[in-house]
Design a protein around this ligand. Structure first.
Ligand code: ARG
Ligand code: ZN
Length: 872
């Protein structure tokens, strides 16, 4: 059944405090709860209902008197006194058979929990909703040496430990861990002088993989003090690495639990990209302590309140630790690859959804990444100082609250005096706005220029951006915005669009530095005066709004911006657009690769004033799925094989164009000395990796084979292996790689992933199928499942192979996984979301497989909702 935002009502009963005892046993864990309830003064009814799923109730008491509640699949209800009372219950649960990885479960012999969003109800009966907050005391009884929960440790003895969390929190932030674990310890002194004990807890064999995560944690703690004035608030902060985990990590108060892939790192086993991701996720979960935990969400519709803001904060952190332009470009690549297709297909939903069946299906790129874009726009509109002031007010006003988007926006209105009524549409309106721009130039003596033509339906005069003193030319940019209908919303209203614009003169110098245009209407013009010649505009600098910019422009102008734009994002964007237009022309009518792009790339790649990481991003081609989307938008049915072929052709031409420069450039990018995951050396390796990819197209893999043999870190090793697989020489290296790393689950995930992702499209589904028969394929481990099936979906032409074997293989495994792990199954279904874009045969095959999943008996609510939405 569907739950609606508009139906929210406050809880009838509040919790004053919670005491939990866990008697851990693999299949028969007992959970004894003692909960103090009090009536909520704001309540609208008096019903006493506790959520509870898959629990065996052993006994229950109210104020010491045994009671017999009414129990359903969703929970229990019971007659209760009018005033405050104490509820006590004992339940039995089975962590060892919990394959959904939600609630209390076991992973590699350790007990751990995942309660967000609604997992706590699988641990005990409780009002499992985020607006019920309470302090928790937890006693754990077991023979295991390490027993952890939220807050501070208060007492321990032989076979037991007790923890107390003084900060009131919702149940989704509860956590418990027990196991045979070892710790990597450290300390941090907060800005007010609180001495905090830090630990990363892992299985004994993983202790050498903790140092980097610990440094990232300390940097995050310091950064949140320096930039947001936010200090840590307990005596201890624990992180635990868990092998079986549905998501990246979880911000439980004082006890963050991480997918081991999101925390464990060593130079020998992790790539530069792994290090960067780990740093960002550690920061993200730590930052949640304020944006999520101290201030939480009233209900799950408000998820973006904590996630959008925390993603925004972790992106600021990464920008400060590494390169801001490189981070921005990478984020936009990711947004276009994951959020745009979501927002433009059957899964489209607003940043703050208004309905859901299963909330786990809404931990999406729209809520997270578009949610972060909305914060970025808000900051740009109000300015840095006002943003800081508003955030201070937010923390001051809402500390301890379960808040809403309305609360969040009111803080900005109160701090800045701005009316954010229209801006709020970013939270309620789904879809990616399309922004069309046209330009007009009137030279100084151009008397023929009719006043405000082009502005017929705009009653207001165009905004004057720069008033020039001397009589001179006027340049006008006219924007039109339009959001296509979708997710049941037919009438879309104009959004507030912050459009950062700069102007370049004909010889490449900047005649107008970055200026923010604030668009609020469907159509709006902006005039720039005081110009001596017609400028070349650089529009949507830094990707100042998450829109699709539609601009008819020439390849020459793109090449000009690629050469001269002072905004690194738009410089990259110009190159990307050139590549994209060239590829599309090649796919649609067999045009040869665009010389201007090839020339531009030659210049950029040799430009040693430019950051190597930036140059590496310039050299990467738009993804096949991005091209498929672009073709679809232009009215051409995408042919996955033709797209793959065009990218191959263009990459080959790029390799030939750069042929003479490759050896020297590669030598320049060699990193000497001990491995460091810092942005500098990582950027050089990134560029060297791109260059090796090009070289492999010319030497058949000879150099890659040498690099594979001599590599002393995973980045170099994996890059070489990828090149060898692509050049058809991967067999021996893959076997050697497996033997070398067979005891390291995270590295073997890479082994699974790489051979599918890099396989020739004609073989990808077969490679994936063979790997599902490998003894190390483990359906119960989400990382391994994603490494296999996710990699297949990433191999665009391979997944969409015309015979439909890719679709069928994935559907077979989704059907099997659904019985074990609904969350990971449902999430993976989204690879079918763009099915309507393709030709009739492929559509029919995809539909068939989706219907096959839908028809499975006992299909989970998670997967049923996803498949239903995708089929429409
Ligand atoms: N709050 C976690 C994070 O951002 C994600 C946990 C989501 N879990 C889930 N089952 N949906 O960082
Ligand atoms: Zn988060």
């Amino acid at each position: 059944q569907t739950i609606y935002l508009k139906d929210y009502t406050p809880p009838a009963w509040l919790v004053e405090d919670v005491h939990l005892t866990f008697r851990l046993a693999a299949k028969t864990t007992r959970v004894i709860s003692r909960i103090r309830f009090a009536p909520n003064p704001d309540r609208v009814d008096q019903t006493f209902f506790l959520h509870g799923e898959d629990l065996v109730l052993i006994s229950s008491h109210i104020d010491g008197v045994a009671v017999t509640p009414t129990i359903t699949e969703e929970g229990l209800s019971c007659d209760v006194p009018d005033g405050p009372f104490t509820w006590e219950a004992e339940v039995e649960i089975s962590p060892a058979t919990n394959t959904a990885l939600e609630g209390l479960y076991m992973s590699s012999g350790m007990y751990c929990t995942q309660c967000e969003a609604e997992g706590f109800r699988k641990i005990t009966y409780y009002p499992d909703r985020p607006d019920v907050m309470a302090p928790f005391t937890v006693r754990i009884e077991s023979d295991l040496p390490v027993m952890l929960s939220n807050g501070n440790p208060v007492a321990e003895g032989e076979g037991w430990a007790e923890w107390h969390d003084p900060w009131k929190k919702p149940s989704y932030l509860f956590a418990l861990v027990a196991g045979d674990l070892v710790n990597h310890p450290d300390r941090f002194t907060t800005m007010s002088g609180r001495d905090v004990e830090l630990n990363i807890w892992v299985r004994p064999g993983d202790l050498h993989k903790c140092a980097f995560g610990m440094e990232a944690l300390k940097k995050s703690m310091k950064w949140d003090e320096d930039v947001y004035g936010r200090e840590y608030d307990l005596d201890i902060f624990n992180i635990v690495a868990v092998d079986d985990f549905n998501m990246g990590a979880m911000e439980n108060k004082g006890l963050n639990i991480f997918n081991s892939s999101a925390v464990l790192a060593s130079p020998e086993t992790s790539t530069d990209a792994n290090f960067e991701r780990i740093e960002a996720i550690i920061a993200h979960e730590y930052f949640h302590n304020w944006t999520g935990n101290r201030i939480t969400c009233r209900d799950w519709f408000q998820l973006c309140l904590k996630e959008g803001l925390t993603v925004y904060r972790d992106s600021q952190f990464t920008s400060d630790m590494r390169s801001a332009p490189v981070k921005r470009i990478s984020d936009v690549i990711d947004l276009r690859a994951r959020q745009f297709p979501e927002d433009q297909g059957p899964l489209s939903h607003p940043v703050r959804p208004e309905r859901f069946q299963e909330i786990n299906n809404f931990y999406t790129a729209t809520v997270y990444e578009k949610g972060a874009e909305v914060i970025g726009m808000l900051k740009r509109l109000v300015g840095d100082e006002a943003y800081a002031k508003a955030l201070d007010l937010y923390f001051e006003r809402h500390d301890g609250d379960a808040a809403t988007i309305e609360d969040w926006l009111r803080v900005f209105e109160d701090a800045t005096g701005r009316d954010l009524t229209q801006f709020k549409r970013w939270y309620s309106q789904s879809g990616t706005p399309r922004l069309k721009v046209t330009e007009d130039w009137a030279a100084a003596d151009d008397a023929s220029r009719p006043p405000s033509r082009d502005l017929a339906d705009n009653p207001e005069a165009p905004d004057q951006v720069r008033g020039g003193g001397t009589p001179s030319g006027t340049y006008t940019l006219t924007f039109e915005q339009h959001t296509p209908e979708g997710s049941g919303q037919t009438e879309k209203e104009p959004q507030v669009l912050p459009i950062a614009v700069g102007l370049l003169g004909p010889n490449g110098d900047e005649v107008l530095a970055t200026t923010l245009l604030e668009m609020t209407q469907a159509k709006q013009s902006f005039e720039f005066t005081g110009l001596s010649a017609r400028p070349i505009p650089s529009i949507l600098r830094e990707f100042s709004a998450p829109v699709v910019l539609e601009r008819e422009t020439s390849a020459d102008k793109r090449a000009f911006l690629l050469a001269h734009d002072t905004d690194p994002f738009n410089r990259w964007e110009a190159g990307r657009q050139l590549a994209r237009d060239g590829l599309i022309a090649m796919i649609r009518n067999g045009s040869p690769a665009d010389d201007r792009w090839l020339e531009g790339m030659s210049r950029v790649v040799r430009d040693d004033t430019a950051d190597p990481a930036f140059r590496a991003l310039m050299l990467s081609l738009p993804a096949e799925s991005e091209l498929a989307q672009a073709l679809h938008e232009q009215g051409t049915t995408p042919d996955p094989d033709a797209i793959w072929q065009a990218r191959e052709t263009v990459a080959q031409q790029l390799a030939e164009t750069l042929q003479d420069a490759l050896p020297r450039l590669q030598a320049e990018m060699t990193v000497e000395g001990a491995y460091s995951p810092d942005a500098g050396p990582a950027g050089r390796r990134a560029l060297a990796g791109k260059l090796l990819g090009l070289t492999t197209r010319l030497d058949g893999g000879a150099q890659a084979a040498r690099q594979y043999t001599h590599a002393d870190n995973m980045t170099l090793q994996l890059t070489a292996l990828a090149c060898l697989i692509r050049s058809g020489r991967g067999e021996d290296a893959l076997a050697a790689f497996y033997n070398r790393w067979k005891d390291d689950r995270l590295v073997i995930d890479k082994w699974f992933m790489l051979q599918i992702a890099e396989a020739d499209p004609a073989r990808a589904a077969d490679v994936a199928k063979t790997l599902t028969e490998h003894p190390d394929f483990d359906l119960k481990n989400p990382n391994r499942f994603r490494a296999t099936m996710g990699a297949l979906a990433m191999n665009h032409a391979g997944f969409h192979r015309a015979d439909g074997d890719g679709y069928a293989l994935l559907a077979d495994w989704l059907i099997r996984l659904d019985a074990l792990n609904p969350q990971t199954t449902a999430r993976m279904c989204s690879v079918f979301q763009a099915w309507r874009r393709y030709d009739a045969d492929r559509q029919a095959l995809m539909r068939q497989n989706l219907e096959r999943i839908a028809a499975k008996s006992d299909l989970s609510r998670d997967t049923a909702e996803m498949v239903g939405r995708i089929l429409g």
